[in-house]
Design a binder for this molecule. Structure first.
Ligand SMILES: NC(=O)c1ccc[n+]([C@@H]2O[C@H](COP(=O)([O-])OP(=O)(O)OC[C@H]3O[C@@H](n4cnc5c(N)ncnc54)[C@H](OP(=O)(O)O)[C@@H]3O)[C@@H](O)[C@H]2O)c1
Length: 336
């Protein structure tokens, strides 16, 4: 035994050093942690797609910080399961499930109407839900699935509950986009990919639309105290690849994914930071990665395209220009 130990010393030290380097590198790649310890006490946050992935981790962190958390999800069984887990882990009972299917404007309008009735104010809206590279599906409203679920329905929801964000002291809107926006184009000639559908192009278009939405919305919100920002969470281990990766492919890529892809809890950190930190309360119109504002791609900074997209989105969602007051009351009458 005494002979073996000196011989094992070098290989064991090398293995320990390699493991340490791998873990440090992985930690570095997985992004920054939220530097703010601010609480969410007394604040209400709505998170779309909060039953899974990045949205669920964001909901967990904000419920641990004492917020009133509204999980806006399409499947109530999944939502309830996630909610029970969050309540158990955070000890916060003020976590609620509300049904919304972003593939249906009717569902978004009903959800917004319920929020406008039940909430005196909404401090934070996190437009997180998303779908990536699905087949060429059409929504109930006849739109390309990714464009409506990822972008148009969040455009509609935000506008319908804008008064509640204005009623908060410092309302914050956070749109979840992706680095994919930098390869995207808004195809105004064929916005619903009717002529030609390419799943990646449609995803990139929807994520660019969210960046442009932030740009135009932040200008329109000047002087209201409400901010609008975009978050890029980083490449993360979630269900977002479900339409493209088979079980076999997922199993094969698992070790790579463990190393290179972020844990959802880490990916949630920038959204959490923008939700709570006092030092970013007046930051608006920006694109954030790893808790730092960075410059989005040129097409995400094009103010003319942002305005053109806004006008088209009003038409496609059936909203009028003075959305926050007129349409809200119309919706409330319709659903009462
Ligand atoms: N993961 C990444 O690498 C990555 C990178 C950049 C950006 N993002 C963005 O991060 C956001 C969160 O994605 P994730 O990675 O956490 O993926 P995820 O685990 O698949 O979560 C997506 C969430 O969106 C919900 N959702 C999908 N379709 C919906 C609909 N029609 N109505 C309401 N909710 C719907 C899902 O609900 P169900 O469980 O019912 O399907 C789920 O809760 C997305 O916007 C995504 O584009 C992710």
């Amino acid at each position: 035994m005494a002979d073996i130990l000196p011989r094992l010393w070098y290989p064991l030290s090398a293995a320990a050093a390699t493991t340490g380097i791998v873990l440090l590198l992985r930690d570095f790649m997985h992004g920054e942690r939220c530097p703010s310890k601010a609480t969410m006490e007394g604040k209400t946050v709505i998170i779309t797609g909060a039953n899974n992935g990045i949205g669920k981790e964001t909901a967990k962190e904000l419920s641990k910080r004492g917020g009133r958390v509204i999980m806006a999800c399409r499947n109530m069984d999944k939502c309830q399961g996630a909610r029970d887990q969050l309540v158990q882990e955070s000890g916060n009972q003020n976590v609620h499930c509300q049904q919304v299917d972003l593939a249906s404007f009717e569902s978004v309008r009903k959800f917004a109407s319920r929020i406008n009735k039940s909430e005196a104010k909404v401090d934070v809206l996190i437009n997180n839900a998303g779908v990536m590279r699905c087949p060429h599906w059409k929504t109930a409203d006849g739109n390309e699935w990714q464009f409506q679920v990822n972008y148009l329905s969040h455009f509609l929801l935000t506008n319908l509950i804008l008064d509640k964000l204005k009623a908060a002291k410092q309302g914050r809107i956070i749109n979840t986009s992706s680095i994919a926006h930098s390869q995207g184009q808004i195809n105004f000639e064929d916005i619903n990919s009717t002529v030609k559908y390419e799943d990646t192009d449609a995803y990139m278009q929807s994520k660019l639309a969210l960046v442009l939405f932030t740009l135009e919305l932040s200008k329109r919100l000047e002087g209201t105290g409400v901010t609008a920002n975009t978050v890029y969470p980083g490449v993360t281990k979630t269900n977002i690849g479900q339409h493209k990766l088979s079980k076999m492919e997922s199993a094969v890529t698992k070790p790579f994914m463990w190393f290179a892809l972020r844990d959802p809890a880490r990916a949630a950190q920038t959204g959490v930071y923008l939700s709570v930190a006092p030092e970013v309360a007046d930051k608006t119109g920006k694109y954030w990665k790893d808790t730092v504002a960075i410059t989005p791609a040129a097409q995400g900074r094009d103010e003319d395209i942002a305005k053109k997209l806004w006008d088209l989105s009003l038409k496609m969602t059936g909203l009028s220009e003075d959305v926050s007051s007129k349409d809200q009351s119309k919706e409330e009458k319709a659903s009462s």
